[in-house]
Structure formats: C-alpha cells, structure tokens
Design a protein around this ligand. Structure first.
Ligand SMILES: Nc1ncnc2c1ncn2[C@@H]1O[C@H](COP(=O)(O)OP(=O)(O)OP(=O)(O)O)[C@@H](O)[C@H]1O
Ligand SMILES: [Mg+2]
Length: 244
C-alpha cells in the first residue's frame, strides 16, 4: 500500500498538443502516474514518443494542454500549473534538479559557477559554502581540473557531467534527467549511475530518468514505458519483481 503522504509527484490525464489545424499533433496523450519519495523510476520509449515533453510538464517547465500535475511543497500537495509563474519558479529552484538532453549550461559561466549559482539562488547558500560544495561535486564527477572552464571549452561528456553536477549539488527532492549518460564513456557513465543511485536510495531523492542505458535498469524501482504519447501496459512492471 502506498501511504498518501509518500507521494511526491503525480499527474492525471496529462495531455500536450503542438501546432494547430491540419498540423496539430498530440505529443503526450493522457498520461497518469505517481512517484513516491526516494523512488528511482525510469522512463523509456522510442524517439519521438513524448518522453522529453512529459518530463517538461512534470517538472514545471512546459504548460500541459490539459490535465494536472501535483507535487509536494513541504507537507502540502500543490497543483504545479495552478501556481503563479513566480511561485512555480520558487518551487522549482527549491525542490527540483534537471539534467536536460541539451545540457542547457549558461555559456558565460565556468563549470564551478554553474553549480554555485543554483546553490546561491535556489537555497541561499553562503558564497564560501557554495564554492566548497560545487568543487566537491565536480570533483566526484572527475572535473576537479576543469572548474574554471566555460562550456565552450568543455567536451560533450564534460558538459554533460557539469549538468549532472548542477542538478545533484543541491540535493533536490526531485530530479528529472533526460538521457544523463548518453555522452559518457563507460567509466564516467558508471560513476554517474552510482551518483544517481545514491541520490535516490541514500538521500531520499525521487528520480525520473529518461534512458536507454542498461546499467540504470538494476537500480530502478519502476520502469514506465511510453509509446506514441501513452504509457503502455508494461508501465508499472517493478524491475526487481520482473527479474526474479
Ligand atoms: N515544440 C514543439 N513543437 C512541435 N512539435 C513538438 C515540439 N516538441 C515536441 N514536439 C513533437 O512531440 C513529439 C514528442 O517529442 P519528444 O521530444 O517529447 O520525444 P522524445 O520521446 O523525447 O524523443 P527523443 O528520444 O528523440 O528525445 C515529437 O513528435 C515531436 O516532434
Ligand atoms: Mg527527448
């Protein structure tokens, strides 16, 4: 049984259309799901099936055409798309970490500054402490010698690791990741898989990760499958039960 207050994120009948008239298409078509505290969930599906669109709506970045997203703000469940823009921004800064498919790093900030800024703006962390935490997290990601480089001076895999560090450095309650290991070699990929696992299973973060990386599968508590904008029947297969 799932105690009601362990639900950290849920959505009901989420729909997102793009375009209008003849060219209108439905990217996400009536998705409902629940995520619990400390849950490590994967979202899998073919290219164009609606994974990034669903993640963007769940994480408060893209307004749904219809349907609701409820998320825990402290002890209350709030309707994320009912909040004012300012309230939603504050909620996102405080509770959510994002690893985007295209990384979305700030071009003018160094690797260390990318992490410092979320700590300072999101959590009001004092400058010296923000710097310490940023350096520690980047060190764990093998970027200790790249602290002062700008995104343009980093390789694709290094940019991806900075984006991962930016999402995890504030110990977010919720972390949304879109193909977080896609640009990484085997060694760095393993390291990132372990950091994500620790965030969920040791620090109680709730993770929703879009991935095709089989290394993430053994750690996942649940795998949601999406095809053509809809969750398919396998959507709620618990990985451990399926494997035993
Ligand atoms: N801004 C947009 N305008 C029009 N159509 C869009 C837009 N964003 C997404 N789509 C369409 O919605 C569908 C789902 O896109 P989405 O990016 O969510 O897929 P995805 O599952 O993340 O694919 P991939 O694995 O390739 O990243 C696609 O058909 C895409 O063309
Ligand atoms: Mg995508």
């Amino acid at each position: 049984m799932r105690p009601e207050n362990d639900i950290i994120l849920s959505c009901t009948n989420l729909v997102r259309m793009f375009g209008d008239g003849e060219s209108q298409s439905t990217a996400v078509d009536g998705v409902s799901l629940e995520l619990m505290r400390g849950q490590f969930a994967l979202l899998m599906g073919p290219s164009g099936s609606g994974k990034s669109t669903l993640l963007a709506m769940l994480s408060g970045l893209l307004r749904p055409t219809s349907g609701q997203v409820h998320s825990r703000d402290g002890t209350d469940l709030v309707d994320v798309w009912d909040l004012s823009d300012r309230e939603r921004e504050a909620y996102r800064l405080k509770y959510c970490g994002y690893i985007f498919q295209g990384y979305n790093l700030f071009p003018a900030l160094t690797a260390r500054q990318q992490l410092e800024i979320v700590l300072r703006w999101g959590l009001n962390t004092p400058a010296r402490e923000a710097r310490r935490q940023a350096e520690e997290t980047l060190g764990q990601l093998g970027l200790g010698s790249k602290l002062n480089l700008l995104p343009a001076q980093l390789s694709g895999g290094e940019k991806q690791r900075v984006a991962i560090g930016r999402a995890l450095v504030k110990n977010p309650a919720l972390c949304f990741a879109d193909e977080p290991t896609s640009a990484l070699d085997w060694h760095h990929g393993e390291n990132v898989v372990e950091m994500l696992r620790q965030a969920a299973h040791e620090r109680g973060a709730t993770l929703l990760v879009v991935t095709h990386d089989p290394r993430l599968m053994p750690f996942a508590d649940e795998v949601f499958h999406i095809d053509d904008g809809r969750l398919t029947d396998e959507a709620h297969a618990p990985v451990h039960a399926a494997a035993s």
